[in-house]
Structure formats: C-alpha cells, structure tokens
Design a protein around this ligand. Structure first.
Ligand code: DAH
Length: 345
C-alpha cells in the first residue's frame, strides 16, 4: 500500500509538471484526485492493511492526498483565467498603435500618377481608354500606319526587333510608338461589324534603342489619342489640345501647332506648350508630341472608308509632360528610383 501511494505521488507530480492548459489540468484532476481517480481507488485497500500499520499508512495517505491537492491549486493559479500558462516576460498588446509614426510611407510613382491624371482629363472629354500589347509586329507599328518598307524609321538600328526583319515576313518587335493602338482599335471595330465614333486614349510604354541622356531613354511612356467620326476637323483637334492644356497646366497655358510630317497623319503638326521647366524660371516652348488628321491610307488599312470617316490623332511623351509639370530637369531621375527624388515629386 505504501509503495502504491509513493508510485501514485511520483506519477501524478510528473504528469502535472507537463501540463500547460486548462483542459489538461482538468483531465489530471479527474485521473488522480477526482471521485473516480486513483487516490479514491486506493482507499478500499485500507481494510487489508494489518492493524498495527493502519496508523502510519493512513497518515501517508492523507499526506499524498494533501500534496496532490496543493499541487493542483498551485498549477491552477499559474495558468490564470485564460487557462493559458502565464508568460514570464512583459505582456505585449499587438493591437496598440506604434509609438513612432513611420516616416517612410510609400506612394505611387510620379509617371503612374501623371498617366492617371492625363487619362482622367481625357475621360472628362469623353475619351475611353484602349490598350495594346508592348510586344508588337511591324504590321501594326509601321505598315498599317502608312510607314513604307524603305522608311528610315524602320531601320533595325532604331528599333528593338525580336525577329530578324530580313528573314521573317511579319517580324515581331517592341513597339516604338503607341500609334499601334490606333490600328488595333480601328481594325477591331471593323472586325466586330461596328462603326465609329471612336474616341480613345492609350497610355503605355514604348521602346527605342536611344542612347540615354538627360532627355532620352530606351524605354519611355506615350499617350496616344484618336477620334474618328463623320466630319472631324483640324479645329476639333486644336480645341481638344487647348482644353487639355488648360485643364492640366491652368488657364494661362498656351499651345502652338507647328506644321510637320508624320506618315500616318495629313496634315501633321508638332504640338508645343509654354511651360516653365523650373519654378521661377521664364516659361519656354516645350515640344510635347505630334498630331494631325488621320491619313486616308491608315483609315483604309483598317477597313474604314475615308470618304465617309475622318479623324484626328495625337501622341505625347508622358515623361515630357511630367518633367514640365513638376520641374524635373533630367529624364533619368524618373527611372533611377532614388528614394530622395521619389519622396519629393
Ligand atoms: N507616334 C509619334 C511618335 O512617336 C507621335 C505621333 C505623331 C502620334 C502624330 C500621333 C500623331 O498620333 O498623329 O513620334
């Protein structure tokens, strides 16, 4: 009997040491000191103990019983209300706000913001957004834009061809201009059996193997505009550009169109705007892009009858506009991702 008591005490205290939650503790209580537990189970054995030993064994029984009950209470207190073992270190409230506000809050890149501002202004003038792939082919980048095979713009030296243009019939290339989206939009409209009006802008990346300097980069962004309907005129083009200039640069903004040449427009013009490149500096005429009336050959290449439909188109460099608006002197600052610059603009 004494041996059994010793064995129960050792096992119970061992088991209790390994317990760290309320359900575990409850199972332990039931197993050892509950009404059907092991302590209760040994009691009937008292009657078999020889008379002269009854006193000592009874004493030992009470000792073990008390020891186990005390150990149980101590353990229960250490687990606390939640039934989870108390941590020894300081408690941390993960939901408290931090002591110091983070000073490095990220934000969108200046090019993305300017792109969205431009799209938003044109959206107010009724232009939808159209997209085209950056991996293009020379059919969309050149042929249907009325740029003939021998044209210098198609020189492999000036383009990122993916296929060799001397070996492949329709070589793939990274688009060098967003004018490709004009072709895709008009051709799709015709393929879907629909008719103009088309009124879209298309912002996106373009690629040219230019040597990088303060105003050139091998990748930059353009926004293309296209409006095709019956009776669209050069006056509509100039009004649209002027409204854009006023909306983006303020009511004093001045614009000017200079006669120029693009294979896909006739007549064609270059579009300048009077902008101060640095705050406080005298404003200067800055060339923002090209524009003109969609060439009849381009309409025809997309399946539209130039006798019935006419349109205007324009294409600007987004970096140019961002640099003008935010007084950024060097295009490279837009791509270096120097945090000191990005936090300022
Ligand atoms: N695609 C021309 C370029 O990258 C810009 C341009 C000029 C776009 C005239 C046009 C346009 O839509 O009508 O230089």
């Amino acid at each position: 009997m004494l041996e059994t008591l010793n064995e129960i005490e050792t096992a119970a205290l061992n088991d209790l040491g390994a317990i760290n939650d309320a359900p575990g503790l409850e199972s332990w209580r039931i197993a050892y000191i509950g009404t059907k537990g092991r302590m209760r189970a040994v009691m009937p054995m008292m009657k078999d103990v020889p008379k002269d030993q009854k006193g000592a064994v009874g004493k030992r029984l009470n000792e073990v019983k008390t020891a186990l009950e005390t150990a149980f209470e101590t353990k229960q207190a250490s687990l606390g209300d939640s039934g989870v073992a108390k941590q020894s270190g300081p408690m941390v409230d993960m939901t408290e706000p931090g002591l110091v506000e983070s000073s490095n809050v990220g934000r969108r890149h200046i090019i993305s913001r300017v792109r969205d501002e431009l799209v938003e202004i044109y959206a107010r003038m009724g232009f939808d957004v159209a997209q085209g792939p950056e991996l293009e082919d020379d059919e969309h980048n050149f042929i249907k834009l009325n740029i003939p095979p021998a044209h210098p713009a198609r020189d492999p030296i000036d383009n990122f061809y993916i296929d060799n243009p001397n070996e492949v019939e329709t070589p793939r290339m990274l688009r060098s201009q967003t004018s490709t989206v004009q072709i895709r939009t008009m051709s799709k409209l015709v393929a879907d059996g629909k008719q103009p009006p088309i009124k879209i802008v298309s912002p996106g990346r373009v690629y040219r193997p230019d040597t990088v300097d303060a105003t050139h980069s091998f990748m930059f962004h353009q926004i293309e505009g296209l409006y095709v309907d019956r009776g669209v005129s050069m006056a509509d083009l100039k009004t649209t550009l002027l409204q854009f200039a006023h909306a983006y640069f303020g009511d004093d903004a001045e614009i000017r169109l200079r006669p120029s040449f693009f294979p896909f427009t006739e007549p064609s013009a270059e579009f300048d705007m009077m902008i101060a490149l640095k705050p406080g500096e005298d404003p200067k005429w800055i060339e923002l892009g090209g524009c003109g009336m969609v060439d009849p050959n381009v309409l025809k290449a997309c399946g539209l009858d130039p006798e019935e439909w006419s349109g205007f188109a324009f294409g600007f460099g987004i970096e140019r506009i961002a640099m003008g608006k935010y007084g950024i002197p060097d295009i490279r600052m837009l791509f270096e991702n120097d945090v000191r610059f990005l936090q300022r603009v």
